[in-house]
Design a protein around this ligand. Structure first.
Ligand SMILES: [Fe+2]
Ligand SMILES: [Fe+2]
Length: 285
């Protein structure tokens, strides 16, 4: 089925369109939170970066959708733009509702080009994989009340749909342009991840030329480990893999899924002996 055919295109676009859920962030069942729960939310270090990244994503994906000729791909991309914009609105709603002030990061808008959409897609593959892991750890220690956990689940499921759409779309595009030879696909994918890692590292490096520039959420680089005590690299990677398997199991089996990071994590878990050093301390070292 992954052959650049109309059937493949219809499958990955229509799956995405059919699983879009209409809702307004303000109408979600936001729970009443006590001061302790609000302080926990306030202590999470990546809200302002996440908000800026989602705003930029909403703008860029919506603008890119407008440039695409294929009507079905255009419809799916436009819906992704709606969802990314809604992620920003959902975060803004939560921050306002619980009176959590965050620094307003300036968003330098990425031009709506195919290259930028591809770079964004690989960044989403990285951000969602590590985001699944962090959210899994948060669920384990019941960092959030169940009603709030359910709301975050909505966002993570949409991110899983986005990366599934992306990896199918990019494979479809390469095949359509005569670049579907498997070794080429593998090399192009590896290059996509390398570019994404470089962009995320540039964004969050201490000496980044423009520290306000925002590309992706970059969970790992934003000190998210500080939320957890005694987390090890093994428990974190295992949580990422579990989360990936959980969210991807909601996608049709006939679609391709991101595999590079989960396979690398499984390999690391299989060959690296367990050690007890907490990831938070390892990060600081
Ligand atoms: Fe998003
Ligand atoms: Fe997304």
């Amino acid at each position: 089925m992954i052959d650049g055919s109309q059937a493949h295109k219809t499958l990955f676009c229509q799956t995405f369109i059919d699983t879009h859920r209409p809702f307004e962030p303000a109408e979600l069942p936001w729970p009443q939170l006590d001061e302790r729960s609000i302080d926990r939310l306030r202590s999470i270090p990546f809200w302002s970066v996440a908000l800026a990244a989602e705003r930029n994503a909403g703008y860029m994906v919506t603008a890119y959708a407008a440039k695409v000729d294929d009507p079905l791909i255009k419809r799916a991309l436009a819906l992704q733009g709606v969802e990314e914009t809604r992620h920003a609105n959902l975060l803004a709603e939560m921050l306002e509702r619980y009176h959590i002030d965050v620094a307003d990061k300036t968003v330098s808008r990425s031009p709506a080009t195919k290259r930028n959409f591809i770079d964004f897609g690989y960044e989403e593959c990285i951000d969602s994989f590590f985001g699944f892991g962090i959210f899994g750890l948060a669920k384990q220690i019941q960092l959030f009340v169940p009603e709030l956990t359910d709301i975050f689940e909505l966002v993570l499921l949409e991110e899983a749909r986005h990366v599934t759409f992306f990896v199918n779309w990019v494979a479809y595009e390469r095949i359509r342009h005569g670049l579907g030879w498997r070794p080429f696909q593998g090399a192009a994918t590896a290059l996509g991840y390398v570019r994404a890692v470089k962009r995320i590292a540039t964004t969050f490096a201490p000496r980044a030329e423009d520290k306000k520039r925002v590309q992706g959420v970059g969970f790992g680089a934003e000190g998210a480990f500080s939320l957890f005590e005694d987390v090890t690299w093994r428990s974190f990677l295992a949580s990422c893999v579990r989360g990936h398997e959980h969210y991807m199991s909601a996608m049709p089996a006939s679609l391709i899924k991101p595999t590079l990071l989960p396979n690398a994590a499984r390999f690391a878990l299989a060959i690296v002996p367990a050690w007890r050093k907490p990831a938070s301390r390892a990060t600081a070292a």
